[in-house]
Design a protein around this ligand. Structure first.
Ligand SMILES: [Zn+2]
Ligand SMILES: [Zn+2]
Length: 356
């Protein structure tokens, strides 16, 4: 079968690899889609030390999977079950599934306290796993398969993972009573944050995004309040929209040092800023501006429960691939798509891995 295999920095090869077959407890998936995400760009372009901020050693076997690079790339994926191994009961042949892509140990302090998203031994399929999404055929653990609800496409299935990243961050901001929410950065995670916030019925959802192209796309998806942070003061614009009051919550999906102080200033008293984005560079900001009991926290990945919440939200119609924020390519075009995303053009690119 054909797969996109990452060997090293800027060394991604489309090549023939052995096709996996069913084994006890494992599921074989064919076709479906794989999303290219910001962390894939880090892995592709950056040296190992900075690409994996959690200290993963990509060229040494991961403790939980034994896998190391070269690695079939891609951790945001869906597929159709074409075979199941002995003992598999959660899915059956013909099911369309989204793959929960990371392994966790179940015995570290984080896992034992119900936060596998902080597991110190975490290992992702598509980063340091046996399988990866950019392949015509995948082999995954039964437990990693989440059956797509009736009517949910394989495209949406590949989006569950990044939407779960956004959902986890939004829920960490405790948005339940919020009247106003500001999202920094209208890329795919920002879009996911918007969908999650909208499903909670928040009155004013504002997205700050410097790219005019992206703002147009966001308007088509249904974002009512769009700010250009280059020409507008974000804190002022937020207060104008929200009747003179700052935002209850801010979800940072941008990772732009220049925008950070404005995000803090856009909060109301007691407001909560959750940082989902990665920051390559340090930020200059004055902790004194947190006065008024504002808080900042970081959100990392998601739990299996978040994954299910997003699937339920998809079934309820809270997510869409419409509006032009999704584009699709074939396996042969993965590398050029990575180059394109680096220039900041485009939104979410899904790789169609159906056998050609
Ligand atoms: Zn991702
Ligand atoms: Zn653990």
């Amino acid at each position: 079968m054909k797969a996109a295999v990452i060997y090293d920095q800027e060394d991604l090869r489309i090549e023939e690899v052995p096709t996996p077959t069913a084994e006890p407890g494992k599921v074989i998936l064919e076709g479906g889609f794989n999303g290219i995400c910001g962390s894939d760009l880090h892995f592709y372009y950056e040296p190992e030390e900075t690409a994996a901020p959690t200290g993963w050693k990509l060229h040494e076997p991961a403790e939980l999977t034994g896998a190391q690079w070269p690695q079939i790339f891609g951790h945001e994926f869906s597929g159709t079950v074409t075979a199941v191994g002995e003992g598999v009961s959660k899915v059956k042949v013909g099911d369309d599934v989204a793959v929960f892509p990371y392994h966790f140990c179940g015995r570290c302090e984080a896992c034992l306290s119900g936060r596998p998203n902080l597991c110190e031994r975490m290992a992702f399929e598509g980063i340091q796993g046996r399988s990866g999404g950019m392949a015509e055929v995948k082999i995954v653990d039964e437990d990693m398969c989440f059956v797509l609800p009736e009517g949910i496409s394989l495209e949406l299935g590949a989006l569950v993972e990044p939407m779960a990243v956004a959902f986890h961050g939004v829920m960490q901001s405790k948005p339940q009573d919020a009247k106003c929410a500001l999202v920094l950065g209208g890329g795919p995670i920002g879009v996911g944050a918007f969908f999650a916030l909208r499903s909670l019925g928040i009155e004013h959802i504002i997205v700050s995004e410097p790219s005019a192209d992206r703002r147009e796309t966001l308007a088509r998806i249904g974002v009512e309040h769009l700010i250009d942070p280059v020409s507008q003061s974000v804190p002022e614009a937020v207060r104008e929209i929200n009747g003179g009051v700052g935002s209850d919550v801010v979800i940072d999906c941008a990772g732009a040092p220049v925008a950070f102080q404005g995000a803090v200033d856009a909060l109301k008293m007691g407001g909560r800023l959750v940082v989902i984005a990665g920051y390559a560079k340090p930020v200059t900001f004055n902790p004194g501006t947190l006065g008024g009991s504002k808080s900042i926290s970081n959100s990392m990945t998601y739990t299996p429960e978040d994954f299910q919440h997003v699937l339920d939200g998809m079934a309820a119609g809270n997510y869409t691939t419409e509006g032009g924020w999704i584009s699709k390519i074939g396996l042969d075009d993965v590398e050029s798509a990575i180059h394109q995303l680096r220039t900041g053009s485009g939104m979410k690119i899904l790789v169609d891995v159906s056998a050609s």
